[in-house]
Design a protein around this ligand. Structure first.
Ligand SMILES: [Zn+2]
Length: 170
């Protein structure tokens, strides 16, 4: 359910809800039964968001400021693998997303993906939530592309500008 005490940004108000009242983000995987599977994000939509500068939460174009969410290591390495977001969408996610707000939450269960979904993980990405996470807001980013041997999937990561405009830890 959507927490009642956190106002939903206008763009996210347009997103559909599932039968329990959870907000279905742009990159949420929709299963063959037409139902969202929140355990896993749609790899191809993530790539689309990164390449086209589209918000991974609301699915709309991002303006001059772009926010990225990641742990300390992402900030230090300046490398983020989750899709870019509007600053207000990222802030909302940091307040309500069960995975982002629960210190003990485990990452999506990548060992048990829904049928037909190929899961790609980079070896350096931890399966535990980092102790603290940040919203990294900047203007521009470069795109890094990876391909693992034996896989047809290409994975993108975001290398934001060094000039971070705002860094908010949560
Ligand atoms: Zn957005």
């Amino acid at each position: 359910m959507l927490p009642k005490n956190v106002p939903v940004p206008t763009r996210l108000q347009k997103r559909p809800l599932d039968e329990r009242g959870f907000l279905i983000t742009y990159v949420t995987t929709i299963g063959t039964d037409g139902k969202p599977d929140f355990r896993i994000i749609d790899h191809f939509k993530v790539i689309e968001c990164i390449e086209e500068r589209i918000c991974g939460l609301c699915g709309e174009s991002i303006g001059p400021l772009v926010s990225l969410i990641g742990g300390e290591e992402c900030v230090v390495r300046r490398q983020f693998s989750d899709p870019p977001m509007h600053p207000e969408c990222a802030r909302y996610a940091s307040q309500v997303c069960p995975f982002l707000t629960n210190q003990n939450a485990k990452y999506h269960n990548r060992d048990n993906p829904p049928a037909g979904i190929e899961v790609f993980s980079l070896p350096h990405i931890s399966s535990q939530r980092p102790k603290r996470m940040a919203i990294y807001t900047t203007r521009a980013y470069d795109i890094m592309r990876f391909r693992t041997p034996g896989s047809r999937m290409v994975h993108c990561a975001i290398k934001p500008q060094k000039a971070v405009l705002k860094l908010e830890w949560f």
